[in-house]
Structures are given as C-alpha cells and as structure tokens.
Write a protein that binds this ligand. Sequence first.
Ligand code: KG4
Ligand code: ZN
Length: 342
Amino acid sequence: MRILGIETSCDETAAAIVERDEQGKGHILSNVVLSQIAEHEPYGGVVPEIAARAHVEALDGLVRRALEQANLTLDDVDGIAATAGPGLIGGLIVGLMTAKALAMAAKKPFYAINHLEGHALTARLTDNLDFPYLLLLVSGGHTQMVLVRGLGQYERLGTTIDDALGEAFDKTAKLLGLPYPGGPAVEAMAKKGDPTRFALPRPLKGEKRLDFSFSGLKTAVRQTASELVPLSDQDVADICASFQEAVADTLRDRVGRSLDRFSAEFPDCPTPALIVAGGVAANKTLRAALEELCAKRGFRFIAPPLNLCTDNAAMIAWAGAERAGSSEPDPLSLAPRSRWPL
Ligand code: KG4
Ligand code: ZN
C-alpha cells in the first residue's frame, strides 16, 4: 500500500510517498518539504495570503519531485491523502484541490486527513509503536496533550487556554529584538544565559486540570525586559535562559500530570510512551526535561527525527495509509476545515 501525501496547512509546502507493508510497518519512499520561512520573515510571523500563494506556486513541482525520488508514477500509488484541516484556509484549499484533482485524474481513492492526526500517528511510522500512548504536540499553532487510544480514537486531555508554546517563544523573541522564528533564536541565546537570574511564573503549576497557559509568561518577560531598558546582550541571554527554564518547569508539572492520568487508566500497559511532536520539540533543554521526567516515571520517551516532528507530508501519507487499511475513502465533495479538533 503506497500513499501520496500532501501538506499545506501552514507555511510548509510538502509532498511525500509512504509505503505500509503487510506487517503494518511504514517506509518513507520520498519526503520533500519547502519551507516558506524566508517569505514570512520580514513580517515576523506567517502571513496567510502569502502562504496560500506560495503553496500554489510550489505544490505541483513538489508532487512531481516526490514521485521522482520514489521512482514512481501516479499510477503506482494506491491512494492520495491531503491535510483537510485544521490550518490556514487558503493553504488547505490549495492542497485539498490538488489532491482531489490527482485522485480524480488517476482514479485513486482520496483521504482527507486531520493534520493533528498526522502528528499523532507519526510515532507508529518511525517506531512501529502500539496503541495506546500519549502525544504532546507543541508547535507554533498547537499545544495539546492527546491520549491516542487507537486509530481514530483520540482524546484531548489538555490544551492551551491562551498562546501556543511556539507562539510564546516567537513573541518572547520579538519582544527581545531576536529574529523570527523565535524558538531557535531564544534557545541559542539561552545557552549563554543564567536561568536563575529572573523568577518567571510557572502558569497553572500544581493545578489538577491538564491544560497549559503561556501568555502570563510572555507578559512577565515583557515586564522584566521593560525594567532593564536598554537591554544588554547578557540581559537578553539571561531572560531567554530564565524563560526556557520556566517553560521546562511548567512542562514537567503539566506533562507529569498527564503521565499520572495515563498510568491510572492503563495500569497494565507494558510500555507506556510519551511522544513529542511539533517545532518546539526541537528544543534541547525541553527535550531533556521531558526525557528525564519520562525516565523517572517509567515511560518511553519518543521524539521522532526533527524533519518528521515538524510539519511534513510523510505523516499525512502515513495517516492515509493507516486509514486505507481500515476505512472507506472520503468523497471528493469534502470541504477543508480551518478548525477541526481531533
Ligand atoms: O511545527 P512547526 O514547524 O510549525 C507549526 O507551527 O505548525 O513549529 C514552529 C514553531 C515556531 O513557533 C518556532 O519558534 C518553534 O516551533 N520552534 C522552537 C524551536 N524550533 C522551532 N521553539 C523552541 N525551541 C526551538 N529550538
Ligand atoms: Zn503541525
């Protein structure tokens, strides 16, 4: 079973071909991604109109490259999967219309994939993981803790009540005059800083609910920075390090509670696991904090390779391949959804 996947929900245009073998194992035959960071950089964030136009320009070529790299033609694939939401509506329309047109022309089944389901199933592609497991998705647009019970069975245990975690990194960077995207810039500065210099808040720490909150942290950064103006490089580094430490500490608490919840529901699960996905999962300090937490609690910690952690089409193709094994294709009349909770 080979599926062509298409992803256009945000600022990455991507196409990939993934094979699911008879044992249910996944193989990536090609995986091409074109990032639009340079186009959005002058604006300090993703501009939906620019993103949609860039998807239109790039997508045909990327699909062709994905087929070429896999040494296949459209006739050789068994289905076409595309992200149908959630995301920026202009981009979703581009990807979905392209997938439908290809499916119609080549007479192949069409699968409309929830982008979050793509992230949720990636660990089954990379690590052949069995259900159930926990997924922490932390990107520029999403911050969610999801209990993945089985294919199509996802329970959102917690989400952010304000900013996404990646957004908090991006806004913190902007406040401090660092470039976009903010996450890598904040992480690089934090390396040179003192994480104990500023006592920043740990939002929702100790609360029973499994949600996240990051806007208070960003406000505290603004307050701290405004009291130091003009900021020296060392001030910026110390704020970044203190911010990152506050995030790590918050995640230990919030994620720890979800691990407890999982253990209570699945006391006999032989290999409980936490998967992280999303761009923020690139952060080494946060990864180390989560890895240590998991080790203490007897959970496997799985962080898929970075190119499969961030937005890509292999995860969409894989979700299509898993769906193809168990459910009917979607009708070509299916509409994209900018909001589509799991
Ligand atoms: O998953 P992603 O590439 O795109 C979506 O948002 O869908 O995530 C991008 C986000 C941005 O907010 C970026 O600042 C953040 O991930 N990010 C990081 C790091 N690298 C990327 N945040 C913290 N530390 C990093 N090293
Ligand atoms: Zn994503």
